[in-house]
Design a binder for this molecule. Structure first.
Ligand SMILES: [Zn+2]
Length: 164
């Protein structure tokens, strides 16, 4: 589960090959979450603001163990926000019990999340992240309930809940 971050990889390539030209070339290959989001912080800043578990999920795309999040049993009305930047990402009305052990939603707040293709497993999956800070939230599958048919399978540790 411990993968070197993009920054670390770039750093190592600079050290290994010695030269700023190489470093610039390496930067063009960094993942989308490294830049282009309204909220950006250095790895050190994120580590300071987040718990170790939040950092592993939000910034390193780890997955929490199923049935560990207290938010699985959160059934009150309210809003689920990104634990990284506090942006509202999922309204409670789209939450449903998927039985998977992860908080599940059939729709995000419009415009609040972004997606990319995750090829870490043998089959490609749709990764979903906070559109404001780029923090990894979970994955989207096509076996969700109506009306969307989507299942946003979200790490509870990446969310905070605010009752309405
Ligand atoms: Zn965020």
């Amino acid at each position: 589960m411990t993968q070197p971050s993009a920054d670390r990889r770039s750093f190592l390539s600079i050290v290994g090959l010695g030269g700023t030209t190489v470093a610039l070339g390496a930067c063009s290959g960094t993942p989308a979450q490294a830049k282009g989001f309204p909220v950006t912080r250095s790895e050190a800043e994120w580590r300071k603001r987040l718990t170790a578990q939040q950092f592993a999920v939000l910034r390193q795309e780890a997955t929490e163990r199923p049935f560990t999040s207290p938010l699985n049993k959160e059934h009150r009305k309210g809003i689920f926000a990104c634990a990284g930047c506090d942006t509202a990402v999922y309204p409670s009305r789209t939450k449903f019990d998927s039985g998977t052990g992860w908080p599940s939603f059939w729709e995000a707040v419009p415009g609040a999340v972004g997606t990319k293709t995750d090829r870490k497993l043998l089959y490609p999956r749709t990764e979903v992240h906070c559109a404001t800070c780029g923090g990894h939230l979970g994955h989207i599958f096509d076996d969700g309930p109506k009306p969307t048919g989507k299942r946003h399978c979200i790490n509870g540790v990446a969310l905070t809940f605010k009752p309405a």
